[in-house]
Write a protein that binds this ligand. Structure first.
Ligand code: EPU
Length: 355
């Protein structure tokens, strides 16, 4: 990205890159053409401290940006975008039970997972090929094919953007839930994650309960899969079902799968006997938003430049030239259909910013 010269009101010797009126189109995987009034690239926690120490800091709204793969920019951002580019990955400890691997928040998630598997440390294989960065993974507790990152999470380091202080948060402190954490609720906007440490199990067991994974391994004739086998299977399934953001703009699943109580589920089954459903340990039932959307006739459909992906109805795609309002228009139309047909509310899964 071309960066304009430093602006004096934010000037600090330790800031690497600071720009005004910066384009964000190449920094969000949906390819939405928003701009940021201010933009800073953060390569070290020290640079962030330098920025927080400037008088201008408290006067600006802030947005922490990782890989931009879970973000819908529905308008320009009139504040300061902090683009996290903190790198580094390392085995920091090991005991009889686990390897403890720490990575900078700006590391690319896909590359990081591949690197752990190359080193012979299993545990993240079900999360292969998810777009985004290491630092963003705990924010929405990324999950796929029967595993959530919370299950491999040890702790994270973050900077409190209000006070400038460094904090270390363990799994309990992060309050992980389904595509959810403290950072999407009461602490939204408060922290910038600088590094994450994962606990990768030595007594590893493959997680192959998810129907697609079991089917793929069976088709490959693999009865006792290694972590690499599971990763290969997940990569194959994802490549078939989910659009590569490098080819077609998208933000992964656009809605969360709705979780309903048993009575609501029973009512729905009475009218739709083939409703896919996943009973949860707490007695609730998770439904498949992709199925609900497909049933409403949206799969492969479009409104203007935004469409519903042909191979997975839960993913909205940029068919070219989409703007934030186009995405929201289609999202609202889908929500209205699902409400009318099933009396269910679909909640967006990515962070939606503005207008
Ligand atoms: N389905 C349809 N039509 C569709 C899509 C799905 O009928 O167009 C049905 C499938 O046949 C299946 C069920 O819905 O019975 C579930 O589909 P799938 O296994 O593809 O998973 P999903 O529930 O749609 C979730 C995650 C994905 C994750 C996959 C695999 C959410 C919001 N999405 O999708 O995560 O990769 O499971 O674990 O939980 C993401 O968060 O961005 C994401 C891609």
């Amino acid at each position: 990205m071309a960066l304009r010269p430093l602006d004096e009101s934010f000037m600090s010797p330790s800031i690497a890159l600071l720009a005004r009126d910066a384009p964000l189109q190449s920094l969000n995987t949906f390819g939405l053409p928003a701009r940021a009034a201010w933009f800073a690239a953060i390569e070290t926690p020290l640079q962030l401290a330098g920025l927080i120490a400037t008088p201008e800091w408290k006067r600006r709204q802030r947005l922490v940006l990782g890989g931009g793969s879970n973000l819908i920019l529905a308008g320009d951002f009139d504040g300061l975008v902090l683009h996290v580019r903190i790198s580094g990955r390392k085995l920091i400890a090991e005991n009889a039970d686990a390897w403890f691997v720490r990575a900078g928040a700006g590391e690319n998630w896909r590359d990081f997972v591949r690197w752990t598997l190359d080193r012979g440390w299993p545990g993240l294989e079900n999360l292969s090929l998810i777009p985004g960065t290491v630092g963003a993974a705990p924010i929405q507790n990324i999950g796929a094919y029967g595993l959530e990152v919370a299950e491999r999470f040890q702790q994270l380091e973050a900077v409190d953007l209000e006070t400038g202080e460094g904090v270390v948060l363990d799994r309990a402190a992060c309050q992980f839930g389904y595509r959810d954490s403290l950072f999407k609720r009461e602490a939204a906007g408060r922290y910038l994650v600088t590094a994450v440490t994962f606990r990768l199990p030595k007594r590893w067991q493959p997680v192959t309960g998810y129907a697609d994974v079991a089917r793929e391994l069976e088709a490959r004739g693999i009865a006792e899969p290694t972590a690499r086998d599971v990763s290969d299977a997940v990569v194959a399934i994802r490549s078939r079902k989910l659009p590569d953001p490098a080819q077609i703009g998208n933000a992964g699943s656009f809605f969360k799968n709705p979780v309903v109580d048993a009575a609501t589920c029973a009512r729905l089954i009475a009218r739709h006997p083939d409703l896919p459903r996943y009973p949860q340990p707490d007695g609730t039932v998770k439904l498949a938003a992709g199925w609900l959307i497909e049933r409403c006739g949206w799969k492969g459909g479009s409104i203007g430049p935004v469409g519903v992906y042909e191979h997975q109805a839960l993913v909205l795609v940029n068919r070219g030239g989409a703007r934030g309002e186009d995405v929201l228009r289609l999202a609202r139309a889908i929500q209205a259909s699902v409400r009318a047909t099933f009396e269910l509310e679909l909640a967006p899964e990515p962070v939606i910013l503005g207008p």
